[in-house]
Design a binder for this molecule. Structure first.
Ligand SMILES: NC(=O)NC(NC(N)=O)C(=O)[O-]
Ligand SMILES: [Zn+2]
Ligand SMILES: [Zn+2]
Length: 419
């Protein structure tokens, strides 16, 4: 490919993404998408993607945990595979693009390369990772974590969703996690490139068409459990309460105050559950989640240690029991420098404005960075909105991202690499 090609495929992409978005729990009145791991909408979406990959001329297969791969076989079986793709699961009432765009864009890129340039030297694959968000079970990156060896396919017995269903049983009910199915861990990967929406407002504010990710922030997730005493809302004087909800409220306000003081750190309480969750009963127990992120591992650790000491003091002063359970810890991860430079050059050839940046969102790419050269390509998000039905990027922006991905994959897989 002497001169990279700038596609105009955004409208087609949007049609495919709109179709993918129909695979959702309930028809959210807000137009949001809810597609959680191993649910019926998840199965239907993976089946639709398998069809789409097949129509694109790719060889299709699932691995043991339900990761879906579309393969464009290369001429040289002795060189590593170049992988692209993203995750098919969503948050509850999320958008149409987070994850889905990287899969659909990867399929479109491989389809174009096969039809235009035939067989590559390196095998190219596009993957639909079964899960990344951590929205159903207290684990994130289940898909890429099994491909990179971080997780074992049969380590999900103890992981329960809010209904008490284990990941293992949900996986088997979906036809995965069975003996004889292909293993997940890959040892043949030469690079991973993920196309994704920015999910932030920097590219829009800076009027840049492409984001080149230099690093992905570190992330910690916890469950905080408080044990007080359920009691009558009408007959229990204020100074005789062991109120788990009031304690949680004090902790959540404290979290916001401390995070606001720690530059560039973000902290979120996304879920809270009270029991017995009845208006006229003082909550005896409350459980809430913490999601804390920063681009520096030392700051992340320091902040969590400081916060949890404060939580101990608050719980002791109020006479409540406190348990803090970690369930996700990822360190800040750099992307591959030379791939970032290569993307910069592709953007130049395509006359696409671009800038280097951090990702405040987590991505499957962060699990590949330690095992092979890894890169991420961002396209702008309207008003920076994501994890919301209002998540939007224009057809032109989506198309620009695929143009960059296709040009980069061509250079990586079709051109003899300088040794
Ligand atoms: N692309 C994402 O939205 N990733 C999300 N998921 C994880 N696992 O980080 C997140 O919360 O940032
Ligand atoms: Zn997400
Ligand atoms: Zn994502």
């Amino acid at each position: 490919m002497d001169q990279p090609v700038r596609f105009d495929m955004g409208s087609e992409l949007w049609l495919l993404l709109e179709k993918l978005a129909t695979f959702t729990e309930g028809t959210e009145a807000t137009g949001g998408v809810t597609r959680l791991l191993y649910t019926q909408p998840w199965k239907e979406a993976q089946a639709f993607l398998a069809e789409t990959m097949t129509e694109a001329g790719l060889d299709v297969r699932f691995d043991k945990v339900g990761n879906l791969f579309g393969r464009l076989q290369g001429s040289n079986p002795d060189v590593p595979v170049i992988l692209t793709g993203s995750h098919i699961d969503t948050v509850r009432n999320g958008g149409k693009l987070d994850g889905a765009y990287g899969i659909m864009g990867g399929i479109a890129a491989l389809k174009y390369l096969k039809e235009t340039h035939g067989t590559p030297i390196h095998t190219l694959e596009v993957v639909s990772f079964c899960e990344e968000e951590g929205s159903r079970f207290p684990i994130a990156y289940w898909g890429s974590g099994n491909v990179t060896g971080l997780f074992d396919p049969h380590s999900g017995q103890e992981l329960l969703d809010v209904e008490g269903t284990s990941l293992q049983s949900a996986m088997e009910a979906s036809g995965f996690g069975l003996r004889g199915q292909p293993d997940c861990k890959r040892g043949d990967l030469g690079a991973f490139v993920e196309l994704h929406i920015e999910q932030g407002v920097i590219l829009e504010r800076m009027a840049k068409q492409i984001g080149i990710v230099e690093a992905i922030v570190g992330q910690r997730r916890y469950s905080v459990s408080l044990r007080g005493e359920a009691n009558h809302a009408g007959t229990t004087p204020m100074n005789m309460r062991s109120d788990a909800m009031a304690c949680a409220a004090e902790m959540i306000v404290r979290l916001e105050l401390l995070a606001a003081r720690a530059a560039a750190l973000v902290a979120t309480v996304g879920r809270i559950q009270a029991a017995p969750n009845i208006p006229n009963v003082i909550p005896g127990t409350v459980e809430f989640t913490l999601d804390i992120r920063h681009d520096n591992e030392g700051t992340l650790s320091w902040f969590c240690d400081y916060l949890f000491q404060e939580y101990e003091d608050i719980a002791n002063r109020r006479g409540l029991g406190l348990a803090i359970t970690p369930w996700l810890a990822t360190t800040p991860v750099p992307m591959d420098r030379s791939l970032a430079e290569q993307i910069e050059q592709v953007c130049g050839k395509l006359s696409l404005s671009h800038r280097r940046m951090f990702s405040g969102a987590g991505h499957d790419a962060q699990l590949f960075s330690p095992i092979c050269p890894t890169a991420m390509i961002f396209v702008p998000s309207k008003a920076g909105i994501s994890h919301s039905p209002d998540e939007y990027s224009s057809p032109e922006q989506l198309s620009d991202g695929v143009s960059v991905l296709a040009s980069l994959l061509y250079e990586m897989a079709y051109e003899e690499q300088a040794t």
